[in-house]
Design a protein around this ligand. Structure first.
Ligand SMILES: Cc1cc2nc3c(=O)[nH]c(=O)nc-3n(C[C@H](O)[C@H](O)[C@H](O)COP(=O)(O)OP(=O)(O)OC[C@H]3O[C@@H](n4cnc5c(N)ncnc54)[C@H](O)[C@@H]3O)c2cc1C
Length: 286
Protein backbone atom coordinates (compact mmCIF):
# COMPACT_ATOMS: atom_id res chain seq x y z
CA UNK A 1 0.00 0.00 0.00
CA UNK A 2 1.41 3.40 -1.00
CA UNK A 3 1.72 5.86 1.89
CA UNK A 4 -0.23 9.04 1.04
CA UNK A 5 0.56 12.41 2.56
CA UNK A 6 -1.62 15.45 1.86
CA UNK A 7 -0.46 18.32 4.05
CA UNK A 8 -2.25 21.67 4.17
CA UNK A 9 0.74 23.49 5.67
CA UNK A 10 3.98 24.03 3.77
CA UNK A 11 6.09 23.30 6.86
CA UNK A 12 4.47 19.86 7.16
CA UNK A 13 5.09 19.19 3.47
CA UNK A 14 8.78 20.03 3.90
CA UNK A 15 8.96 17.82 6.98
CA UNK A 16 7.47 14.88 5.05
CA UNK A 17 9.74 15.52 2.10
CA UNK A 18 12.83 15.51 4.32
CA UNK A 19 11.84 12.68 6.65
CA UNK A 20 10.23 10.23 4.20
CA UNK A 21 11.87 11.29 0.90
CA UNK A 22 8.26 11.57 -0.24
CA UNK A 23 7.58 11.92 -3.96
CA UNK A 24 5.95 15.28 -4.85
CA UNK A 25 2.70 14.78 -6.78
CA UNK A 26 1.08 17.82 -8.43
CA UNK A 27 -1.32 17.02 -11.29
CA UNK A 28 0.05 13.50 -11.71
CA UNK A 29 -0.11 13.64 -15.51
CA UNK A 30 3.53 12.64 -15.87
CA UNK A 31 3.75 10.52 -12.72
CA UNK A 32 0.73 8.36 -13.49
CA UNK A 33 2.19 7.54 -16.90
CA UNK A 34 5.68 6.94 -15.53
CA UNK A 35 4.47 4.53 -12.84
CA UNK A 36 1.69 2.81 -14.75
CA UNK A 37 1.29 -0.95 -14.52
CA UNK A 38 -0.83 -3.42 -16.45
CA UNK A 39 -4.37 -2.31 -17.36
CA UNK A 40 -6.62 -2.37 -14.32
CA UNK A 41 -3.76 -2.30 -11.81
CA UNK A 42 -2.78 0.58 -9.56
CA UNK A 43 0.30 2.69 -10.38
CA UNK A 44 3.48 1.23 -8.93
CA UNK A 45 4.96 3.95 -6.72
CA UNK A 46 7.41 2.68 -4.12
CA UNK A 47 8.02 5.80 -2.04
CA UNK A 48 5.42 7.72 0.02
CA UNK A 49 3.50 10.17 -2.16
CA UNK A 50 3.34 13.84 -1.18
CA UNK A 51 0.22 15.43 -2.67
CA UNK A 52 0.80 19.15 -3.19
CA UNK A 53 -2.72 20.26 -4.12
CA UNK A 54 -3.74 21.51 -0.65
CA UNK A 55 -0.80 23.91 -0.29
CA UNK A 56 -1.86 27.54 -0.83
CA UNK A 57 1.78 28.64 -1.17
CA UNK A 58 2.00 26.71 -4.44
CA UNK A 59 -1.04 28.49 -5.88
CA UNK A 60 0.37 32.04 -6.00
CA UNK A 61 -0.33 33.98 -9.18
CA UNK A 62 0.66 37.62 -8.85
CA UNK A 63 2.77 40.34 -10.44
CA UNK A 64 5.30 41.96 -8.09
CA UNK A 65 7.61 44.72 -9.38
CA UNK A 66 7.41 43.64 -13.01
CA UNK A 67 7.87 39.96 -12.21
CA UNK A 68 5.15 37.35 -12.53
CA UNK A 69 5.24 34.91 -9.62
CA UNK A 70 3.67 31.58 -10.47
CA UNK A 71 3.19 29.01 -7.73
CA UNK A 72 4.59 25.65 -8.82
CA UNK A 73 1.16 24.05 -8.36
CA UNK A 74 -0.67 26.48 -10.65
CA UNK A 75 -2.33 24.52 -13.43
CA UNK A 76 -2.01 25.25 -17.13
CA UNK A 77 -5.73 26.16 -17.21
CA UNK A 78 -5.24 28.65 -14.36
CA UNK A 79 -2.31 30.19 -16.21
CA UNK A 80 -4.46 30.66 -19.31
CA UNK A 81 -7.27 32.21 -17.25
CA UNK A 82 -4.95 34.73 -15.55
CA UNK A 83 -4.89 38.06 -17.45
CA UNK A 84 -1.28 38.77 -16.45
CA UNK A 85 0.19 35.66 -18.09
CA UNK A 86 2.69 36.87 -20.73
CA UNK A 87 1.70 36.20 -24.32
CA UNK A 88 4.71 34.00 -25.12
CA UNK A 89 3.99 31.61 -22.25
CA UNK A 90 0.29 31.72 -23.08
CA UNK A 91 0.98 30.63 -26.67
CA UNK A 92 2.97 27.64 -25.44
CA UNK A 93 0.54 26.59 -22.71
CA UNK A 94 -2.50 26.67 -24.95
CA UNK A 95 -0.85 24.07 -27.19
CA UNK A 96 -0.10 21.67 -24.33
CA UNK A 97 -2.17 18.49 -24.59
CA UNK A 98 -5.91 19.32 -24.44
CA UNK A 99 -8.28 21.10 -21.99
CA UNK A 100 -8.87 18.18 -19.60
CA UNK A 101 -5.16 17.61 -19.10
CA UNK A 102 -4.47 21.34 -18.74
CA UNK A 103 -6.91 21.39 -15.81
CA UNK A 104 -4.64 18.95 -13.93
CA UNK A 105 -1.13 19.59 -15.26
CA UNK A 106 0.92 22.14 -13.32
CA UNK A 107 3.70 24.41 -14.50
CA UNK A 108 5.91 23.10 -11.69
CA UNK A 109 5.33 19.54 -12.87
CA UNK A 110 6.23 20.45 -16.44
CA UNK A 111 9.51 21.92 -15.18
CA UNK A 112 10.41 19.24 -12.62
CA UNK A 113 9.69 16.43 -15.05
CA UNK A 114 12.62 17.96 -16.95
CA UNK A 115 11.74 16.72 -20.40
CA UNK A 116 13.76 18.53 -23.09
CA UNK A 117 10.46 18.62 -25.01
CA UNK A 118 8.41 20.26 -22.22
CA UNK A 119 6.50 23.00 -23.98
CA UNK A 120 6.50 25.64 -21.25
CA UNK A 121 10.29 25.70 -21.11
CA UNK A 122 11.34 27.65 -24.24
CA UNK A 123 9.25 30.69 -23.16
CA UNK A 124 10.66 30.41 -19.63
CA UNK A 125 14.21 30.41 -21.04
CA UNK A 126 13.42 33.44 -23.19
CA UNK A 127 12.01 35.29 -20.17
CA UNK A 128 15.12 34.28 -18.19
CA UNK A 129 12.88 32.87 -15.50
CA UNK A 130 14.11 31.89 -12.07
CA UNK A 131 12.81 29.02 -10.02
CA UNK A 132 12.55 29.04 -6.25
CA UNK A 133 13.03 25.79 -4.35
CA UNK A 134 12.14 25.50 -0.68
CA UNK A 135 13.24 23.20 2.13
CA UNK A 136 13.22 23.32 5.94
CA UNK A 137 16.37 25.46 5.63
CA UNK A 138 14.56 28.14 3.60
CA UNK A 139 14.27 29.24 -0.03
CA UNK A 140 16.89 29.27 -2.77
CA UNK A 141 16.51 30.76 -6.21
CA UNK A 142 18.29 29.74 -9.38
CA UNK A 143 18.00 30.46 -13.10
CA UNK A 144 15.86 27.97 -15.00
CA UNK A 145 18.86 27.01 -17.16
CA UNK A 146 20.80 25.97 -14.04
CA UNK A 147 17.85 24.13 -12.54
CA UNK A 148 17.49 21.80 -15.53
CA UNK A 149 20.62 19.69 -15.78
CA UNK A 150 19.70 16.91 -18.24
CA UNK A 151 16.83 14.79 -19.51
CA UNK A 152 14.72 14.02 -16.43
CA UNK A 153 17.31 15.66 -14.19
CA UNK A 154 17.14 18.81 -12.10
CA UNK A 155 19.15 20.55 -9.40
CA UNK A 156 16.31 19.97 -6.92
CA UNK A 157 17.56 18.33 -3.73
CA UNK A 158 15.69 15.29 -2.43
CA UNK A 159 14.50 17.30 0.58
CA UNK A 160 13.25 20.30 -1.47
CA UNK A 161 10.11 21.07 -3.40
CA UNK A 162 9.70 23.62 -6.15
CA UNK A 163 7.81 26.55 -4.66
CA UNK A 164 7.37 29.05 -7.47
CA UNK A 165 8.60 30.34 -10.81
CA UNK A 166 9.55 34.00 -11.22
CA UNK A 167 9.16 35.42 -14.68
CA UNK A 168 10.50 38.92 -15.40
CA UNK A 169 7.98 40.49 -17.77
CA UNK A 170 9.29 41.65 -21.14
CA UNK A 171 8.52 45.05 -22.71
CA UNK A 172 5.17 44.86 -24.51
CA UNK A 173 6.51 46.39 -27.71
CA UNK A 174 8.81 43.39 -28.22
CA UNK A 175 8.19 40.96 -31.08
CA UNK A 176 7.29 37.39 -30.14
CA UNK A 177 7.64 34.03 -31.81
CA UNK A 178 6.40 30.62 -30.74
CA UNK A 179 6.16 27.47 -32.80
CA UNK A 180 5.41 23.92 -31.76
CA UNK A 181 5.87 21.11 -34.25
CA UNK A 182 3.98 17.95 -33.35
CA UNK A 183 2.13 15.15 -35.06
CA UNK A 184 -1.27 16.75 -34.43
CA UNK A 185 -2.67 20.09 -33.29
CA UNK A 186 -3.61 18.76 -29.84
CA UNK A 187 -2.51 15.97 -27.51
CA UNK A 188 0.85 15.69 -29.23
CA UNK A 189 4.24 15.85 -27.58
CA UNK A 190 6.65 18.14 -29.40
CA UNK A 191 9.09 17.13 -32.09
CA UNK A 192 10.33 20.68 -31.62
CA UNK A 193 9.25 23.77 -29.77
CA UNK A 194 10.77 27.20 -30.20
CA UNK A 195 10.29 30.61 -28.67
CA UNK A 196 11.74 33.97 -29.60
CA UNK A 197 11.71 37.57 -28.48
CA UNK A 198 13.15 40.63 -30.19
CA UNK A 199 13.18 44.31 -29.45
CA UNK A 200 13.67 46.54 -32.46
CA UNK A 201 14.25 50.27 -32.57
CA UNK A 202 14.66 52.24 -35.80
CA UNK A 203 15.56 49.10 -37.72
CA UNK A 204 18.17 47.97 -35.20
CA UNK A 205 17.88 44.85 -33.05
CA UNK A 206 18.33 45.86 -29.43
CA UNK A 207 17.53 42.50 -27.85
CA UNK A 208 17.23 39.07 -29.45
CA UNK A 209 16.51 35.80 -27.69
CA UNK A 210 15.75 32.38 -29.11
CA UNK A 211 15.20 29.11 -27.27
CA UNK A 212 14.68 25.62 -28.61
CA UNK A 213 13.17 22.51 -27.04
CA UNK A 214 13.69 18.87 -28.06
CA UNK A 215 16.99 19.41 -29.88
CA UNK A 216 19.46 18.87 -27.01
CA UNK A 217 19.57 17.18 -23.57
CA UNK A 218 17.94 20.31 -22.10
CA UNK A 219 16.15 23.26 -23.64
CA UNK A 220 18.78 25.64 -25.01
CA UNK A 221 19.20 29.31 -25.82
CA UNK A 222 21.07 29.91 -29.08
CA UNK A 223 23.50 32.34 -27.44
CA UNK A 224 26.08 32.48 -30.27
CA UNK A 225 23.42 33.07 -32.92
CA UNK A 226 21.67 35.57 -30.65
CA UNK A 227 24.83 37.65 -30.30
CA UNK A 228 25.18 37.87 -34.10
CA UNK A 229 21.67 39.29 -34.41
CA UNK A 230 21.73 41.53 -31.37
CA UNK A 231 23.04 44.97 -32.21
CA UNK A 232 22.73 44.41 -35.98
CA UNK A 233 20.47 46.41 -38.23
CA UNK A 234 17.64 44.25 -39.57
CA UNK A 235 18.80 44.72 -43.16
CA UNK A 236 22.33 43.58 -42.40
CA UNK A 237 21.70 40.37 -40.48
CA UNK A 238 23.97 37.70 -41.94
CA UNK A 239 21.48 34.83 -41.92
CA UNK A 240 24.02 32.28 -43.12
CA UNK A 241 26.38 33.08 -40.24
CA UNK A 242 23.46 33.06 -37.79
CA UNK A 243 22.33 29.67 -39.06
CA UNK A 244 25.86 28.23 -38.80
CA UNK A 245 26.23 29.55 -35.27
CA UNK A 246 22.88 28.04 -34.31
CA UNK A 247 23.80 24.68 -35.77
CA UNK A 248 26.74 24.30 -33.39
CA UNK A 249 24.31 24.29 -30.45
CA UNK A 250 21.72 21.92 -31.90
CA UNK A 251 22.27 18.24 -31.00
CA UNK A 252 19.00 16.45 -31.71
CA UNK A 253 18.42 12.72 -31.34
CA UNK A 254 16.31 10.11 -33.10
CA UNK A 255 13.42 8.92 -30.93
CA UNK A 256 9.86 7.62 -31.29
CA UNK A 257 8.56 11.12 -32.06
CA UNK A 258 11.00 12.30 -34.72
CA UNK A 259 14.53 12.00 -36.04
CA UNK A 260 17.64 14.11 -35.70
CA UNK A 261 17.78 15.23 -39.35
CA UNK A 262 14.21 16.54 -39.34
CA UNK A 263 14.61 18.21 -35.95
CA UNK A 264 17.79 19.99 -37.03
CA UNK A 265 16.07 21.24 -40.18
CA UNK A 266 12.92 22.55 -38.48
CA UNK A 267 14.93 24.11 -35.66
CA UNK A 268 16.91 26.20 -38.14
CA UNK A 269 13.76 26.91 -40.17
CA UNK A 270 12.08 28.29 -37.03
CA UNK A 271 14.98 30.60 -36.29
CA UNK A 272 15.04 31.84 -39.88
CA UNK A 273 11.27 32.26 -39.90
CA UNK A 274 11.45 34.56 -36.88
CA UNK A 275 14.25 36.62 -38.43
CA UNK A 276 12.30 36.88 -41.70
CA UNK A 277 9.23 38.04 -39.77
CA UNK A 278 11.33 40.75 -38.14
CA UNK A 279 12.68 41.89 -41.48
CA UNK A 280 9.18 42.45 -42.81
CA UNK A 281 8.31 44.94 -40.07
CA UNK A 282 7.43 48.18 -41.79
CA UNK A 283 9.13 51.28 -40.29
CA UNK A 284 5.88 52.74 -38.93
CA UNK A 285 5.36 49.55 -36.87
CA UNK A 286 8.68 49.93 -35.08
C1 LIG B 1 -1.86 12.75 -22.78
C2 LIG B 1 -0.73 13.64 -22.35
C3 LIG B 1 -0.41 14.72 -23.15
C4 LIG B 1 0.64 15.57 -22.78
N1 LIG B 1 0.95 16.61 -23.59
C5 LIG B 1 1.96 17.44 -23.26
C6 LIG B 1 2.30 18.53 -24.11
O1 LIG B 1 1.68 18.77 -25.15
N2 LIG B 1 3.35 19.31 -23.74
C7 LIG B 1 4.06 19.09 -22.59
O2 LIG B 1 4.99 19.84 -22.30
N3 LIG B 1 3.76 18.07 -21.77
C8 LIG B 1 2.73 17.24 -22.07
N4 LIG B 1 2.41 16.19 -21.25
C9 LIG B 1 3.21 15.96 -20.04
C10 LIG B 1 2.60 16.51 -18.72
O3 LIG B 1 1.22 16.67 -18.81
C11 LIG B 1 3.24 17.86 -18.31
O4 LIG B 1 4.63 17.71 -18.17
C12 LIG B 1 2.63 18.42 -17.02
O5 LIG B 1 2.88 19.80 -16.94
C13 LIG B 1 3.15 17.76 -15.75
O6 LIG B 1 2.56 18.41 -14.64
P1 LIG B 1 1.90 17.61 -13.44
O7 LIG B 1 1.40 18.62 -12.47
O8 LIG B 1 0.90 16.64 -13.92
O9 LIG B 1 3.18 16.86 -12.88
P2 LIG B 1 3.31 15.51 -12.01
O10 LIG B 1 3.03 14.33 -12.89
O11 LIG B 1 2.53 15.62 -10.74
O12 LIG B 1 4.85 15.58 -11.67
C14 LIG B 1 5.84 15.53 -12.67
C15 LIG B 1 7.23 15.48 -11.99
O13 LIG B 1 7.48 16.70 -11.32
C16 LIG B 1 7.66 16.49 -9.91
N5 LIG B 1 7.00 17.62 -9.26
C17 LIG B 1 5.79 18.14 -9.56
N6 LIG B 1 5.58 19.26 -8.85
C18 LIG B 1 6.67 19.44 -8.08
C19 LIG B 1 7.05 20.43 -7.12
N7 LIG B 1 6.28 21.49 -6.82
N8 LIG B 1 8.26 20.30 -6.50
C20 LIG B 1 9.07 19.25 -6.80
N9 LIG B 1 8.77 18.30 -7.71
C21 LIG B 1 7.58 18.40 -8.34
C22 LIG B 1 7.03 15.13 -9.62
O14 LIG B 1 7.61 14.50 -8.49
C23 LIG B 1 7.34 14.40 -10.92
O15 LIG B 1 8.67 13.93 -10.91
C24 LIG B 1 1.37 15.33 -21.58
C25 LIG B 1 1.02 14.24 -20.77
C26 LIG B 1 -0.02 13.40 -21.15
C27 LIG B 1 -0.38 12.25 -20.25
Amino acid sequence: MVKRLRPTRLEDALEFRAEYKALPFAGGTDLMVRHRGYTGTLPKIQSPVLFLDALDELKTLEIVDGTLRIGAGVSMAELLAFPGTPELLRRAVQLIAAPALRNRASLGGNICNASPAADSLPPLYVHQAKVVAVSREGERSLPIAEFLTGPGQTALKEYEILLRIELPLLPEKGRLYYRKVGTRKANALSKLSSAGYAEIDKGKVLDFRFALGAVAPTVIRLSEAESLVQGASLKEIDTRAVSEAAETRIQPIDDQRSNATYRRKIALNSLMEFIEQLKTIVPEDL
